[in-house]
Ligand binder design. Structure first.
Ligand SMILES: [Zn+2]
Length: 336
């Protein structure tokens, strides 16, 4: 992995969001480049902890410019590795998440599989096998290897769990945790700071990059976006991409509605989800990062058309291969 260290660049930036809210944004905005938030009151609350220890340390360093000590609390907006793999660095902090998150983290965020994938992409033999069997998995491993090193990560599970809502009172400023899943993932939670009109949206919102949804329904995702619009925040910190206002939620809604409609057309004509993903006109979304991730959203729509349960597990190697195939056949950059 040493070769990867040389190339690795963390492009993280600190942004002041409101009086007491801050964000650390991952400017490359590719897979794993998640954002973190900070509510700098009542001992400090960090929202999401980055994808590896290097990025988590950099995030702590950037937030360290404004806080007075390590924060007492961490919120995980959901169970995906890119939002929880820095948890262990907040040693004595209370980690808060939806009740489903600890079990789900064990299922989808065990770092071992990703560590193995990156190591495989580093060795000649495994690389040759991967190229022949799973070109998409090899491509994502190479992309991740440029920025990430997953060694040393141990799952630090949430310690405080809630069901529908959870309210923190930070020196008189309320922070509302609202469960909105399963929409993009089972544990999806948004964090609302009404007094400062800020929403930390987690992966309910991807900004200027193609969303990647896993376990959940279109219906729930659209409802979560409607709720964010109704809360009328001045600033939204999305899970991925730059800060936005409610227009970010509206654009996500339009994207999801468009993809679901287009998927239905191709589904009725009997095309597979991969074939549909090669053909759907990307329109205004072609400029978003990683447009071929469209496949995931088409496949999710197909699962619903086939009346399949939303929690059928994903075969990640096959999924990356499908994204790879869609990108190469559309002659666009292979980007995850
Ligand atoms: Zn994410």
């Amino acid at each position: 992995m040493t070769g990867n260290f040389r190339n690795r660049r963390a492009v993280l930036k600190l942004q002041h969001v409101s009086d007491n809210c801050f964000a650390v944004l991952n400017e490359k905005n590719r897979v794993c480049d998640a954002n973190s938030g900070l509510v700098n009151l009542g001992g400090g609350v960090v929202v999401d902890t980055q994808s590896d220890l290097f990025h988590a340390r950099r995030m702590i360093e950037l937030f360290g410019k404004v806080w007075r000590g390590m924060p007492k609390r961490v919120i995980n907006t959901h169970e995906d590795g890119d939002h929880v793999w820095g948890n262990q660095l907040f040693e004595s902090a209370e980690i808060i998440a939806h009740r489903t998150v600890p079990e789900r983290m064990k299922q989808v965020a065990e770092p071992g599989e990703t560590q193995k994938l990156l190591k495989g992409a580093d060795s000649f033999l495994s690389r040759s096998i991967l190229r022949a069997t799973h070109p998409g998995a090899l491509a994502i491993a190479r992309q991740l290897g440029q920025d990430y090193d997953f060694d040393g990560i141990k799952l630090a599970l949430p310690t405080t769990l809630f069901d529908e809502r959870y309210v923190l009172d930070l020196d008189g400023t309320e922070v509302h945790l609202i469960y909105v899943g399963p929409c993009h993932q089972v544990g999806d939670t948004i964090v609302h700071v009404p007094k400062e009109r800020v929403v930390f949206a987690g992966d309910v919102i991807f900004r200027q990059c193609t969303p990647r949804g896993w376990t959940g329904t279109y219906q729930k995702w659209l409802e979560a976006l409607d709720l964010i619009i109704w809360l009328d925040p001045e600033v939204i910190v999305p899970g991925h991409g730059s800060l936005c206002g409610v227009e970010g939620a509206m654009e996500m809604k339009a994207y999801l509605e468009y993809v679901r409609e287009e998927s239905a057309r191709y589904f009725q004509r009997g095309l597979t989800s991969i074939e549909a993903s090669k053909r759907i006109d990307l329109g205004p979304y072609s400029g978003w990062h990683a447009p071929a991730r469209l496949y995931l959203n088409v496949e999710r729509a197909y699962r619903e058309f086939r009346n399949e349960s939303a929690d059928v597990p994903w075969d990640s190697a096959k999924t990356f291969d499908a994204v790879y195939k869609v990108a190469t056949e559309r002659h666009i950059e292979v980007e995850f």
